[in-house]
Design a protein around this ligand. Structure first.
Ligand code: PHE
Length: 342
């Protein structure tokens, strides 16, 4: 048997015993590598008599090609087998299984806001949007809060470097523009983000949401205000809610009130959540001050109206039992994705 035949036989034995694609490469190196058997054979060419050199060279090349193609074929074959084995051993794919789409969820403020918008729209209120940057006139002056009025102390905010511009401290800042836009009679709610220069803790945030509402018409009285608030709250909480009014001071309403709701946790008996009073403060409100109507271009002799400033953030805390106000702006998906629209 010639040397070439010996190498071929050895190669065939070896390749037939290979079962993993990785071993094919080792075999290639053993036979075709720089120091491999075929190269070794080629280096013997110098010892072959001249007249046989040509034939010898041809045989070695044929051997080399045979080995090359056998290796390529084997490699392909084994890789295919290995892939099939992986597919077969994997957990079976079931086309009929329902699939889960990981949808995002609405922010709790958005949920409460939409709920309220739906309720107020059903009672004939327009829903308005208003900017977050306002001027001193809209935020204070038009609301009967002149410069240096002590009521401004409660609403320190962020002033922009542009003259007279600030981040609105309450949604009441939109009242004037909306009165001018529609005139009387008028029913509108306007939700919005508000800002105050406040140090934060579980109950205070520098950025929070309110929903303002105004209703202006002939002969609007406090009983209209109570009726709309009660109806809205019963819808939000899906049960009858008892409310009470306490006097409250805001320069843009006269008389002004704090509207409390009976504590939802203890039902009015008194518990830690309501500081044992049985009532929770929810919504400042009152009858729109004649000066505010005048600023808005509405004749206070002819029209009266009420306004309320519902704390959306507060309401969301109560509705969803969120104890720390900082959750809302935390960006924590773990916390915020728990709230789903029913
Ligand atoms: N804008 C007031 C505040 O944020 C609340 C308010 C609105 C009071 C409407 C009365 C009427 O404190």
């Amino acid at each position: 048997m010639s040397k070439a035949e010996e190498i071929k036989k050895l190669f065939e034995e070896k390749i037939n015993s290979i079962t993993a694609s990785e071993a094919v490469e080792e075999l290639r190196i053993e036979f075709l590598g720089k120091k491999g058997l075929v190269s070794g054979l080629m280096s013997e060419l110098k010892n072959v008599p001249n007249e046989e050199k040509k034939e010898f060279g041809r045989l070695v090349n044929v051997l080399k090609q045979e080995i090359e193609s056998a290796i390529a074929q084997k490699k392909e074959e084994l890789i295919k087998k290995e892939e099939e084995a992986i597919i077969n051993s994997a957990e079976q794919y079931d086309e009929s299984l329902p699939y889960e789409i990981n949808m995002g969820s609405y922010h709790p403020i958005t949920l409460v806001q939409r709920d309220l918008e739906r309720i107020f729209a059903s009672m004939g209120f327009a829903i308005e949007d208003y900017s977050e940057i306002v001027d001193d006139y809209h935020c204070f002056e038009a609301l009967n809060i002149p410069k240096h009025h002590p009521a401004r102390d409660m609403q320190d905010t962020y002033y922009l470097s542009t003259e007279n511009q600030l981040l609105k401290t309450h949604t009441s800042a939109a009242q004037n523009a909306i009165m001018k836009k529609y005139g009387a009679p008028l029913r509108a709610v306007f939700p919005g983000r508000c800002f105050r220069n406040e140090s934060t803790d579980a109950c205070h945030e520098n950025t929070f949401f309110q929903m303002e509402g105004i209703m202006i018409d002939k002969d609007i009285s406090i009983s209209n205000l109570i009726y709309f608030m009660k109806t809205m709250l019963s819808e939000v909480f899906q049960k009858d809610i008892n409310v009470r009014l306490r006097p409250g001071f805001f320069p843009f309403v006269e008389p002004g009130f704090e509207l409390d709701i009976e504590c939802l946790i203890c039902g009015g008996e008194g518990c830690p959540s309501c500081k044992n009073s049985g009532w929770l403060e929810l919504c400042p409100c009152g009858m729109i001050h004649p000066n505010v109507l005048k600023h808005g271009g509405i004749d206070p002799e002819e029209y009266t109206g009420f306004a309320f400033g519902l704390g959306l953030t507060r309401l969301a805390m109560m509705k969803y039992g969120i104890k720390d106000i900082r959750v809302f702006n935390s960006g924590s998906l773990k916390a915020l994705s728990q709230f789903k629209n029913e």
